[in-house]
Design a protein around this ligand. Sequence first.
Ligand code: HEM
Length: 409
Amino acid sequence: MNNIDVKSINLADNEFWKNADREAAFATLRADLPVSWHEFPAGTPESGQKGFWAVTRYDDVVAVSSDSKLFINGEGTIMGDQSVEEAHQEGWFLNMDATQHFKLRQVVARAFSPQGVTKMTQAAQNYAQKIVAAVKERGECDYAREVAQPFPVEVVCDFLGAPQENRRRLHELTVTALAGDVLGADAPRAIAAAFAEMNDYGKQLAKEKRKNLGDDILSQIITTQVEGRSLSDEEAGYFFQLLVTAGMETTGTVGGHSMKCFLEFPEQMQVWANDPQGVGATGFEELVRWITPVMHMRRTATQDTEIAGQAIKAGEKVVMWYNSANRDESKFVNPNIFDVRRNPNPHLGFGGGGRHTCLGAHLARLELPFLVAETLKQMKNIEPAGEPVLVPSRFVNGLASMPIRFTAA
Ligand code: HEM
């Protein structure tokens, strides 16, 4: 057991994410104070706002996530306060509750079903092959920046119907929107500006598409009726922004961190390289458990209640820590061992269940194994060529840089 003073842990503090031994701190919280209160310190973007409850055990995360009447999304899903208007502009139907949420999610639900995403199989395979091949002959690259991040950008943009020339910009905006909390005092302005630019871009694209419909998600969004009416360009823009934000950075993070994992656990890389078909599915789920690209989501209590014996008041913010649930000793055998064949693997990397479960999970499951398989096919003798650079965000477990060298196969 470690000797961390549980009272010294502040998950709202950016400093915690820069320095702390996260796993040890979360293990302490799960053991000693599974539902704990955190205040925003001076210097954080939310300084002056009321703090939040942190839920760190697996079963409690599932309980909160599953009760969408008691714990709602409509007042925002980030740890800071948001007006309802801001919450819609910066998360669209993720930040809504039944029945509004259900009706809007339905517009794209079939396209993102296991069957719907198979349409992207060939494109995902081709992009994986091409993106790895583009760096192969150099024998070195920044795997996070040059391979892992561009890959889902291409796949998601093809799926949505976003033209080639704006993809790099959309990715930059996504990084600011999701990991902008690392910017400190400038964060609120930068994050709001990134969301606004994406919303506006989506709105303009929707307007263009009305003149020239394609076989893509945005065309589907603007031609689907919701409650007997078409969605406006502005609403289509919010849809577009949510899907871009949710779909790029998350999957890129899994790709980048997959390399970090392989370098830390070379025998697991070998297992995957020897049998990419057989290991792809379980390996992907284990990467999502281990990395937990989206570390938390928040809900708001609608009435006085309790979680694991801790009283919670109506209106208080409750933040579910998926990264902690994914290492919960009561749920996973040897949670601190990275095992690409782990099965069963009931991780909460796509959320703790309930109505808001990740819409894009099947797309991520389809695309990412192609990238790993191509990497391990085209690159041999992979070794680090510098230190990985983590993004010290409180929200996403980002990886900004992962320099490697290798021999081309
Ligand atoms: C490995 C990659 C991914 C991870 C780890 C991930 C994680 C998550 C998590 C934790 C949530 C919140 C669940 C909840 O509150 O219960 C979520 C929601 C969502 N995700 Fe993902 N995601 C990934 C990929 C994607 C992709 C590729 C897309 C689409 C292109 C996507 C679209 C969404 C949407 C639209 C929501 C909101 C769902 C709702 O509110 O109904 N995600 N995701």
